[in-house]
Design a protein around this ligand. Sequence first.
Ligand code: GDP
Length: 317
Amino acid sequence: MKALITGITGQDGGYLAERLLADGYAVHGLVHEGDPQVTALLERCPHVAIQVGDLQDSPSLAAAIAASDPDEIYNLAGISSVAFSWEQPVLTADITALGAARLLDEARLLQSRRDRSVRFVQASSAEIFGAASGVQDEATPLAPTSPYGAAKAYAHQLCGLYRSVGVFASSLVLFNHESPRRPPTFVTRKITQTVARIAQGLEEQLVLGNLDARRDWGWAPDYVDAMVRAARAPQADDFVIATGEAHSVRDFALAAFARVGITDGLDRITVDPALVRPGDPPVLVGNAGKARNVLGWTPTVPFEELVGRMVDADLPA
Ligand code: GDP
């Protein structure tokens, strides 16, 4: 089997490449010219075949598809930050929304010129639901509140449209998923990195924004497993991928402090009002019941264990 992964140098792309290589796939990764993270990827996964291309450029996608002749296409690339999408809304639309359209259409063309189907998996995001209250599932109305969410919502809906014309395209609505490979721009890794430094006496305080925000944090390799299951499922569909449990930023920080034996964690936290986001949804939590029933998917790493793994990885060996 052959797979093409866009966004292969990101957290999920790396885990997915490792998983598919272990499953015996030929793995091709689309990277843009001069991507500084390719070296690290190839150190970890020397057998990945690199295809240089860009989601903004259809001919480069056609060339990458011709070179890789994929059975499965995983679209993980895109602008990954809500904040950045407000700075660059047009670029966000071009890469995250239209990029998915370009890739889906190349998948359709590929399928029309050969005798086997291609399976397309789109990494969507809980941001398509905006701040919808309650537990979110596949029936939750799309109501994005950022250019990032709007671009992801477009790509999500396009998957459904391509499905209706015979392309196997599944969109996975991924809630927050974390790992030691998360960059520290995300609160989880910021916490575990800083707590590890505090434990070593290198820093005093953990400076955060909204401590009350509650999020549904899962283990990234589990989310990659959901993508693989979706690609291999009998039918394409939309799936929410989440743990179903929400924890506050404060809970995350206290669990990280507890891991290094610091019991007065609350005294080590400072709130910087500049880090509090306007309109930050108080709670985001997903119901992955459909993925459980249809894909046999369940999250395998409970919250405390996830925090512990991330803290341990940030401590010196
Ligand atoms: P996001 O859900 O993809 O935006 O992931 P983040 O990890 O960036 O944010 C998760 C939650 O943590 C949001 O509710 C943030 O407002 C909250 N948060 C609180 N303090 C911080 C901080 O210092 N950095 C970040 N990135 N988020 C913070």
